[in-house]
Design a protein around this ligand. Structure first.
Ligand code: NAD
Length: 367
């Protein structure tokens, strides 16, 4: 072990850690063609394909690949997994012994809810960079309140990543989803349960995703950039699965759950502010992100990059107003959790007011 290696150096003194298992992954352009073999390997005989209404045709293509093993397509996935959508998907099982979720975090979220409620396993074919397919985290929305939890019962049996399925992901969604992924990796860098594995994955995935996104904006069909972005998304998802997220994810959860803000866009707009606030107390994350962004001020560099890529950079653009800030501060401070930099009402208010207005996050580093 070289003491010059920044990742291993952190663990050289024998710091303790636990490394969690991850699902089997089949990755590659055209990997979708391996679905029949993967389903056969799992021993499933009747597989219900899940998708959003907008991705029904892709769901039908996948069902066609499964032939006799397909139990139909249920195109009822919607964002944040409302309880009604779970009941409809469970009813659509009609004897199916497994599900196949093809889509983004919303579709995979529905498969997780079916796994939890009906005990039916699933295979995931992700088409965004959300990373949900790698995690044991489920989320369900009832009466406008989103509840989340962790359970091994909601882990995917296998994940098939095919970058060719992501070429149609609109540029704007590619950018926000990619920044959502980078946020998983960045918070893993200062997580209390980081491991040498998550450090290495987070560093390489951050660099790869931030390099791929400008290429995708230039040419959404760039096969190499799509491959790099999806590989990075996988690693970011592994980081999310294995570590405890902090302030940034807590804030996004509150903004999505209580204020109905869209998931990936909220991550993209808020992330530079969360980083500007936390990095002064997270030197390893600061060094890693500074290297990935070639800047001594990584939060501002990320904010500038997000603007250049066309991502929303003010929460006001997503419908939040300064008048909402006190309620968010009260909610976040009401349920304490680990964060590298201690939170106070004043600091959190300053962070949120800056993020609502979309001003340069640099000022948050002090104070
Ligand atoms: P999404 O799944 O809601 O997808 C956004 C839209 O893009 C949908 O209309 C979808 O049909 C469409 N789409 C997806 N892939 C496409 C493609 N390749 N081409 C064209 N259109 C495509 O968005 P998301 O950001 O992937 O997921 C957000 C949800 O996932 C949220 O509910 C969030 O809470 C959850 N999530 C959960 C975890 C977890 O670990 N549990 C992690 C990340 C996100």
């Amino acid at each position: 072990m070289s003491s010059a290696d920044p990742v291993l150096e952190r663990f050289a003194a024998g710091r303790s850690f636990v490394a969690a298992p991850v699902p089997r992954v089949v990755f590659g352009p055209g990997a979708v063609d391996q679905l029949p073999a993967e389903v056969g390997r799992l021993g499933w005989s009747r597989v219900l394909v899940l998708s959003t209404p907008g991705q029904r045709r892709l769901g039908e293509r996948v069902a066609g690949l499964l032939g006799d093993r397909a139990a139909g397509v249920h195109a009822g996935a919607v964002q944040h997994v409302p309880v009604g959508s779970i009941a409809a998907a469970v009813a659509a099982l009609r004897g199916a012994d497994a599900c196949l979720a093809v889509g983004g975090g919303s579709t995979i979220g529905l498969a997780k809810a079916v796994a939890r409620d009906a005990g039916v396993p699933y295979l995931a074919v992700p088409t965004t960079y959300s990373g949900s397919e790698m995690t044991p985290v489920w989320g369900v929305t009832s009466d406008g309140v989103k509840t989340t939890g962790r359970s091994d019962a909601v882990r995917a049996s296998t994940v098939v990543y095919d970058p060719q399925l992501t070429t149609g992901l609109p540029v704007a969604t590619s950018v926000t989803s990619g920044l959502n992924a980078v946020a998983h990796a960045a918070e893993a860098l200062y997580a209390p349960d980081a491991t040498p594995l998550t450090d290495a994955m987070a560093a390489s995935a951050t660099e790869a995703m931030l390099a791929a996104l400008p290429r995708l904006v230039e040419d959404p069909a760039d096969a190499a950039a799509r491959g790099a972005a999806l590989t990075a998304a996988w690693l970011c998802g592994c980081c999310l699965a294995a570590t405890t997220m902090a302030l940034h994810h807590k804030l996004c959860h509150t903004l999505g759950g209580a204020f109905g803000l869209p998931h990936a866009e909220t991550h993209a707009a808020l992330f530079p502010y969360s980083l500007a606030f936390n990095l002064p107390a997270a030197p390893f994350a600061h060094r890693t992100l500074a290297a990935a962004l070639s800047s001594d001020a990584p939060a501002t560099a990320l904010w500038q990059l997000a603007r250049r890529l066309g991502a929303p950079t003010a929460l006001a653009a997503l419908g939040l107003s300064a008048a909402d800030v006190p309620e968010i501060v009260a909610t976040v401070l009401g349920s304490p959790y680990a964060n590298p930099r201690p939170l106070t009402g004043d600091r959190l208010t300053a962070l949120l007011e800056a993020a609502v207005a979309g001003v340069d996050p640099a000022a948050l580093a002090a104070g």
